[in-house]
Design a protein around this ligand. Structure first.
Ligand SMILES: [Zn+2]
Length: 243
């Protein structure tokens, strides 16, 4: 697993060149929040990476329930049973294997996309927009999945956006198809909602953008604006909700 440090708080852990999860340091420099858990089989490497940096994993936060973000959750929870696990309240039902959609979600699109896996770990913390999780602020980020959340670190402006954007083949909004890396767009539930989320996240004016797939981008606002414009053109600005 490749470890890349970004500024004072954010550490990127990358597997197979394309799958990120993140450690975010606490103010005391001893503990951290793990955001997402990578593909299955990543638990030992994640714990080793934290240990090498002298960090204790104090809490685990999940952006959404796709397999490549929760794949090592059960393994990590078995190894670190005292560490609280958190996910967005809406998304928690997918994690438990309940794939039914709310009426207003189904009205937008009744087809979930991307790989979901049922986890035996039951998160103790169900998060809502505006709440805090360790040093991070929870931001609603639906569209890629119905209940995705992002985590914003106001200490340094880092935005951990899950798959609301991808940067693997240039910065793009979740639903935007990129031939060189098509998976995030193919796994996106509802593009107009994802676009509304992109605008909502842009309004936070992040100084650093950390996503599930691709490099961490510093000073990302111009690239985000271009990505939003490109996606808006592609979908012809349909009616949006949620942001
Ligand atoms: Zn995803």
């Amino acid at each position: 697993m490749r470890t890349t440090v970004h500024g004072d708080y954010l550490v990127q852990l990358t597997r197979l060149g394309a799958f990120n999860c993140f450690l975010v340091r606490d103010d005391d420099g001893k503990g951290c929040t793990l955001v997402d858990t990578g593909l299955g089989g990543s638990a030992a490497a994640i714990m080793q990476a934290a240990q090498k940096l002298g960090l204790t994993i104090r809490r685990i936060g999940l952006t959404h329930a796709h397999t490549d973000h929760v794949g090592s959750l059960d393994q990590l929870h078995a190894a670190l049973p005292e560490v609280p696990v958190a996910i967005g309240a809406r998304e928690s039902r997918f994690l438990a294997g309940d794939m039914t959609l709310e009426a207003e979600e189904a009205a937008l699109s009744n087809r979930l996309r991307g790989g979901y896996v049922t986890c035996t770990t039951v998160p103790q913390v169900l998060l809502h927009a505006g709440e805090r999780f360790g040093p991070l602020e929870v931001v609603a980020a639906p569209g890629h999945t119905p209940g995705q959340i992002a985590f914003f670190d106001r200490r340094d402006g880092s935005l951990l956006a899950g798959d609301a954007f991808h940067t693997r083949a240039g910065l793009a909004v979740a639903g935007t198809f990129r031939l060189l890396f098509p998976f995030p767009s193919q796994a996106t539930w509802h593009r107009p909602t994802a676009l509304a989320t992109a605008r909502h996240l842009r309004a936070l004016e992040p100084t650093r953008l950390a996503v599930g797939h691709g490099p961490v981008e510093t000073s990302p606002l111009d690239a985000i604006d271009a990505a939003i414009e490109a996606e808006a053109r592609k979908i012809g600005e349909q009616v949006t909700y949620g942001a």
